[in-house]
Ligand binder design. Structure first.
Ligand SMILES: [Zn+2]
Length: 472
């Protein structure tokens, strides 16, 4: 009888369909039908595959084929995250055998679920900034090493006398337990502390670059570039090969270094001129060769994250006295000297010792141009026209100078220097000695220039003077 009923119901398949006829059955039959139902249910359920419900702290999180499968996945995560360290899960994992027709989780899904629900805690050490853990590393020793590396990386190499190097913040190492996922290696920790969570992009200065062109090419603004480069201003002279950051970094720590640095500087020789009636006007001849001197200047330098905040000379010592050069200056009148074109167009030469740096007419005089003061003379000339040194001296600048474009500054000694701006080519290097009349570059229109011309400045003790008064 039971066998028959069982066969019938399994054929019918659905439990609900069985309920309807049972209602009208008499009592003993009703009981039998109920028993049959239970048996059918167990039989059908038993037909489902075995599975295990995984629970974390009592909460069911996944269905797996077997506890072994789950344990294997867990082991893999621990090995991967812990990298050989001891890992504490900080939670209870339970398995319950059930029958279910639901699909079990794949290894990948299971790994994700475990990572979401579990803390893989490891013994580690944090670098704390003002008491707050900022980055986590393997151990205290690594944390200390990271801190020391950051502290030291802003102290320049070479012969300096270190006064102090300190963090602006309270930076310490601290042991603790953290999710293994948060632990990074020393290099990554250093990078994070120094730059924050920003990917740093930068631009290397090439010929023709200015802050304006860099900003335009990189879809940013000069203002933002200046923010990203403390120490840089709109008037800063950019040199070829210099790195300019395009992204603002947010360092978690700031290192202040204070040190004394000795710099050997040249004392340019003085050039004395003596009129010589036997020599043609505009010509010079060295009578007695001079020699540059040398001095040691000690600067007290303060930097924040390697950027100079101040550099004050605190002492200097002359190690080699310069020897003045004696030069004969021709006074014999000639029909036409080489550089008289510009001279004639000027308001009369000042009879000074400087020679004209190029040929051409003066397109802009020294003095006020509307509201703007023009501390130079502009000599209009075709691009590529040679530029010559107005007097002998040492090149102190040769490179990109923002609005000045490619520029050269020559120190002539005795507090006098000259500037040649907007050049299309530079033929000299910083530190190079040049003699009067030597070709140093070519006329151009680099920087803030509307057309090809030479912007020629004469500076005496740093003050811009009217070049006309110094040109002969
Ligand atoms: Zn000018």
């Amino acid at each position: 009888m039971t066998d028959q009923a069982s066969k019938e119901t399994s054929k019918e398949g659905s439990k609900e369909d069985n309920m309807k006829p049972s209602v009208i059955l008499s009592k003993p039959l009703y009981l039998i039908a109920a028993m049959v139902l239970v048996i059918v249910f167990v039989a059908v359920a038993a037909g489902y595959p075995n599975a295990y419900a995984v629970s974390i702290d009592g909460e069911e999180v996944a269905l797996v084929e077997s506890p072994e499968v789950a344990e294997e996945v867990l082991e893999e995560i621990i090995l991967d995250l812990g990298k050989g360290r001891e890992v504490a899960l900080g939670a209870d994992i339970g398995y319950k055998k059930i029958h279910s027709k639901d699909e079990t989780a794949s290894n990948g899904e299971l790994s994700k679920i475990f990572k979401e629900h579990l803390n893989f805690l490891c013994e580690a050490a944090a670098v704390t900034v003002d008491g707050e853990p900022k980055v986590w590393v393997e151990d205290e020793e690594t944390a200390e090493r990271v801190i020391e590396r950051i502290r030291k990386c802003f102290v320049p190499e070479g012969e300096i006398e270190l006064v102090r190097v300190d963090f602006e913040e309270k930076v310490e190492s601290q042991k603790g337990r953290v999710n293994a996922e948060k632990i990074v290696d020393a290099a990554a920790a250093e990078e994070l502390l120094r730059n924050g969570k920003v990917k740093v992009t930068s631009h290397i200065i090439e010929e023709g670059d200015s802050l304006w062109t860099i900003a335009r090419a990189n879809n940013t603004r000069v203002k933002h570039i200046l923010e990203a480069n403390p120490g840089l201003s709109e008037d800063s002279i950019l040199s070829l090969g210099q790195e300019v950051k395009l992204t603002k970094t947010e360092p978690m720590v700031n290192v202040i270094a204070e040190y004394n640095k000795t710099v050997v500087k040249e004392i340019p020789k003085e050039t004395k001129y003596r009129d010589d009636g036997n020599l043609q006007s505009g010509k010079t001849k060295v009578i007695k060769k001079g020699e540059d001197g040398e001095k040691e200047v000690v600067y007290h330098v303060v930097t924040t994250n390697g950027v100079n905040i101040s550099a004050e000379p605190v002492s200097k010592k002359v190690t080699k006295e310069p020897v003045a050069e004696l030069v004969a200056k021709g006074t014999k009148k000639t029909t036409r000297a080489n550089y008289t074109v510009a001279s004639r167009s000027s308001s009369g030469g000042g009879g000074g010792s400087l020679s004209w740096p190029t040929r051409g007419s003066i397109s802009s005089r020294y003095g006020y141009r509307g509201r703007e003061f023009h501390g130079a003379i502009d000599i209009a000339a075709r691009s590529g026209t040679p530029i010559t040194a107005a007097a002998g001296g040492t090149v102190t600048t040769a490179g990109w100078g923002g609005g000045y474009g490619n520029q050269i500054v020559i120190n002539h000694g005795g507090g006098m220097s000259t500037r040649y701006a907007h050049c299309s080519a530079l033929n000299v290097k910083v530190g190079q000695k040049v003699s009067q009349g030597q070709v140093i570059g070519r006329v151009g229109a680099t920087g803030r220039a509307t057309g090809a011309h030479l912007h020629f400045e004469v500076m005496v003790n740093g003050a811009k003077k009217n070049p006309i008064n110094y040109l002969r």
